[in-house]
Design a protein around this ligand. Structure first.
Ligand SMILES: [Zn+2]
Length: 506
């Protein structure tokens, strides 16, 4: 009969926080008092832990047990502290030795049958533990894959409570541990390649410019056009994520739960394409990060974009501006990172057919749904469906590797120019700096200035064209944009790339 103290952790948003579980077993009538958990969760936790004990063949304390979860002010709504509560009770009841327990953090939900079930956010929770000087963690076996990514941490995957109790009783925990190898960043091969896309030279160029400058993109094409193929290949020409970005994205996937954790390949910019029937919670996040956060530092692709509900299309403007989403949850506000390149695809009309039968009004209404988002998009292009590949004289396109090389060189030019500023890509540079610090060739801006004066361009779109012109200059290894770069940027902004029906895209 003693008291015991065990580390656990919780995740709020995508940030892990270390917490403590104290258990005390004293003489008295058998009872378990749980403090420090939200009222609603207390009964459920008590029932789960008790059932897990009994179904694991462990003796439930035949006396008065008190468990306190600290600190009190954190929202400990999850179930990840179950395992730590069980371990603290075992130690306090004298069923396992308590020496050395403080060097570990215990993470896991208990099933009624004693199984240790996976939890959300293992990665950020272990990061928090490592940062607090506790690099050893017992984790659910189902989370072992994601936890193996943390350099310097030793993890022990555990299947059920009986197994863990046995290891603790015999002092075997340490030898069950796996230290993660300190592997360097791999350059992950992608299963898709830009060479798969036939023809569509204009759209491929638009994709390359978008990748080089970090610009948002609108792919307009009829049903069955290779818009999705193109969007899916954008990550293959983007620069790989550096270690810091990879870690950031891994934590988001871990916080989204074990279903998602394995979907992120470290180093590869993620691509997320939610369906237009997705809920607001699935898109923006709630208890777990949503699609906009899973696309962080990668690509958010909305196919059939005009089919998404207005509330979602409107809501996307906040992450596009702020690079994050804010979700209110009880007394807590959770911020999820959400800085992504947006790619929209839509046919120009509701019917989507090449031989369109829609009225001019229906066509206007269709794209008007996207107006609020298209305001934020710098590049528009048409994607055409090729019915007779080969017969049109279209040779296979360049490979992703060849395009990625030009994109990387362009990004390097941009980042060298932007050294000492808070911006890394052309897409981020404010208009004022574009006009004052980074000068263009004399006279090159005349067509833009005229368009601004006649109202053909807004101040916002003026800046968008100028940003894209800088990216085109970077791709062409030109020091500063001249007339040609401005012309092409203006054409990309207008969506004037050639289409089969000869209609402008906007
Ligand atoms: Zn139509």
């Amino acid at each position: 009969m003693a008291d015991a103290r065990v580390h656990a952790a919780i995740v709020i948003g995508v940030t892990g926080h270390l917490i403590q579980v104290e258990a005390d077993v004293t003489d008295g009538l058998p009872a378990l008092l749980l403090a420090g958990l939200p009222e609603r969760g207390t009964w459920e936790t008590r029932d789960r832990v008790r059932a897990a004990f009994l179904n694991s063949g462990l003796a439930w304390p035949e006396s008065r047990a008190t468990v306190n979860v600290l600190p009190a002010e954190l929202p400990k709504g999850g179930t990840a502290a179950d395992l730590a509560i069980a371990v603290a009770l075992l130690a306090a009841a004298g069923a396992i030795p308590d020496s050395g327990l403080g060097r570990w953090v215990f993470l896991g939900e208990l099933g009624l049958d004693g199984a240790v079930r996976p939890v959300q956010g293992v990665l950020p929770m272990i990061h928090a533990a490592v940062a607090a000087g506790i690099p050893r963690a017992v984790i659910p076996a189902a989370n072992a894959g994601e936890a193996s990514q943390i350099p310097g941490a030793m993890v022990v995957p555990v299947r059920d409570l009986a197994q863990l109790a046995g290891w603790l009783r015999n002092g075997e925990l340490e030898e069950r541990g796996r230290s993660s190898p300190l592997v360097g960043r791999c350059s992950p091969a992608s299963p898709v390649d830009l060479a798969d896309v036939i023809g569509n030279a204009a759209a491929r160029r638009a994709l390359e410019v978008a990748a080089a400058g970090g610009h948002h993109l609108f792919l307009q094409g009829p049903s069955g056009s290779p818009a999705t193929m193109l969007a899916e290949r954008l990550p293959t020409i983007l620069p790989p994520l550096n270690d810091e970005a990879s870690r950031e994205v891994s934590e988001i996937y871990s916080a989204a739960g074990d279903l998602y954790a394995d979907r992120f390949v470290p180093g590869r910019p993620p691509l997320v394409s939610p369906h237009h029937t997705s809920t607001q919670a699935a898109i923006f996040g709630a208890r777990r990060p949503g699609a906009v956060s899973l696309a962080h530092r990668g690509v958010l692709y909305l196919d059939d974009a005009a089919e998404f509900p207005a509330v979602i299309l409107h809501g996307l403007r906040r992450p596009l501006e702020a690079g994050e989403v804010v979700v209110a949850r009880g007394d807590w506000t959770i911020r999820y990172p959400a800085r992504f390149t947006l790619v929209l695809a839509s046919p120009p009309c509701p019917c989507g057919a090449v031989a369109c039968v829609c009225t001019p009004l229906a066509r206007r209404r269709h794209l008007a749904r996207l107006a609020g988002l298209l305001d934020r998009v710098e590049i528009r292009t048409r994607v055409v469906r090729l019915n007779r590949p080969g017969l049109l004289g279209d040779s296979p396109g360049e490979s992703s590797a060849a395009v990625a090389e030009r994109v990387a060189a362009a990004r390097e030019r941009a980042s060298a120019r932007l050294t000492g500023t808070p911006w890394r890509t052309n897409a981020e540079v404010p208009l004022l700096e574009l006009r004052t610090v980074f000068r263009t060739v004399a006279g090159a801006l005349d067509p833009l200035d005229r368009a601004l004066n006649t109202g053909a361009l807004t101040v916002r779109s003026y800046a968008q064209v100028l940003r894209v012109a800088w990216t085109i200059a970077d791709l062409g290894a030109t020091d500063t944009p001249g007339r040609d770069e401005i012309q092409e940027a203006l054409a990309l902004w207008k969506g004037e790339s050639p289409g089969p029906d000869g209609l402008p895209a906007r």
